[in-house]
Design a protein around this ligand. Structure first.
Ligand SMILES: [Zn+2]
Length: 416
């Protein structure tokens, strides 16, 4: 089957106008958006998206998690559809593009197919996953997690926001609790276009990130226990300094992450020192280690070396330790065929591209468990995201959507 021609392009103005139109709903206070999940603003955004889908002749399905699936029929309706999309919800002080670009980029794919009179064998379904951000209701990537069977729907319905409102009731209140069972759809392939949310593509002047992996992570909470003592009168050899232990562990985590470049990262973020007094040697410290890598073996190796290192450090300082794993997410390896479709598309269209690892979580990370999946990334200014100042250029959005267009159409197979 012939690949789509390089002259096949999306309508850049229409994509950009749609993004700006959506951004009018739930405006923030500094030029961005506050369209948190299952709020009135989310409901309004969904209605606008549905209106656009209706105008494009798509058939809308909504599942019990409120996820929206807009289907463009294929010439062989019995084939599994190619899915494309992301999320329309935002952080309380979110940007105009995080998630929105992926949903409206997907809509632009089907609008462009209509303009060009192109039919595909496989149906194409444009998707808006509910509550990707996890700001109002934890966890993030909520509906895609239920869809992939990782999260329990009934349990998720009972999650409450800071005002005590339940997710399930709020979903019903805004009128977007559908009737379709979650996770029953069969997906031929899923593609998600997203802004990078990091600085690499812009720094290197590259148009397209071909996302090969998603970072896995581990959070370890460490408690070091020494002995509180006077900082002036305790002889140095007699000290059991939990603060010094923490300092050495911080250094260790950094060194270990540096041993697994370019992709691994590690840091101690949260730190508590007891009793936190200027003339008492710290008797106890509690801190969390955050390590990430796209490779499970590396993540496990880092974890092992950190535990060994903590043991050695504590023995030398005569302090005790406790390590508890408080968070964990396995690394994601995206589907080789879908990744190739993205890379081939960028190549065919003449856009510069490089492989990239997603440092943040995305709906695609969960869907990858149940269907072949890949992501397309475009740069964002200063790598800034989850911030109202989040910015991209129209050219970047266009390049990303063009690559999405080709990857989707190539996979859905053009009818000659
Ligand atoms: Zn996002």
């Amino acid at each position: 089957m012939a690949a789509p021609g390089e002259n096949l392009r999306i309508n850049s103005d229409r994509l950009w106008d749609s993004i700006m139109e959506m951004a009018k709903i739930g405006p923030g206070i500094a030029g961005g958006n506050n369209r948190q999940t299952v709020t009135d603003e989310d409901g309004e955004g969904r209605h606008l998206f549905k209106r656009w889908c209706d105008e494009a002749g798509l058939e809308m399905g909504v599942d019990e998690m409120g996820t929206m699936f807009a289907r463009r029929e294929g010439t062989d309706p019995s084939l599994q559809p190619v899915y494309v999309g992301s999320h329309l919800d935002t952080q309380p002080t979110g940007g105009k593009y995080d998630g929105v670009l992926g949903v409206l980029g997907g809509l632009e794919v089907v609008r462009s197919l209509d303009d060009l009179g192109i039919k595909t064998k496989h149906p194409i379904v444009v998707t808006n996953w509910t509550n990707e951000e996890g700001a109002r209701f934890a966890p993030a990537m909520m509906a895609s997690g239920v869809f992939a069977g990782v999260l329990d729907q009934a349990e998720i319905y009972s999650h409450v926001d800071k005002d005590g409102k339940k997710f399930g009731e709020e979903l019903e209140r805004i009128g977007w609790k559908g009737t379709e069972k979650v996770g029953e759809r069969k997906i031929h392939a899923f593609f998600e276009l997203h802004i990078e949310q990091g600085p690499i593509l812009e720094d290197e002047g590259i148009d397209i990130g071909v996302v090969t992996h998603g970072q896995g992570l581990k959070w370890l909470q460490v408690t070091l226990t020494g002995r509180e003592a006077h900082t002036g009168s305790t002889p140095m050899p007699k000290r059991r300094n939990a603060g010094l232990g923490m300092a050495r562990v911080i250094e260790l985590v950094h060194e270990i992450a540096m041993d697994y470049q370019p992709d691994a990262v590690g840091a101690v973020g949260h730190m508590e020192v007891y009793p936190n007094s200027r003339n008492i040697i710290a008797g106890r410290t509690v801190f969390t280690i955050d390590i990430r890598s796209p490779e499970k073996e590396v993540l496990d190796a880092m974890d092992g070396r950190i535990r060994e290192g903590i043991d050695t450090i504590c023995e030398a300082l005569d302090i005790k330790y406790q390590i508890e794993q408080v968070g964990h997410f396995d690394p994601v390896t995206f589907d080789a065929g879908c990744v190739k479709a993205v890379r081939d598309a960028a190549e065919r269209l003449g856009y510069t591209h490089r492989n990239i690892v997603s440092g943040a979580g995305h709906d695609a990370c969960w869907i990858n468990r149940v269907a072949p999946t890949a992501m397309v990334m475009c740069p964002c200014v200063d790598g800034l995201s989850h911030n109202e100042a989040e910015e991209i250029t129209k050219e970047w959005a266009t390049a990303g959507a063009d690559v999405l267009f080709h990857a989707v159409v190539d996979t859905a197979v053009i009818v000659e």
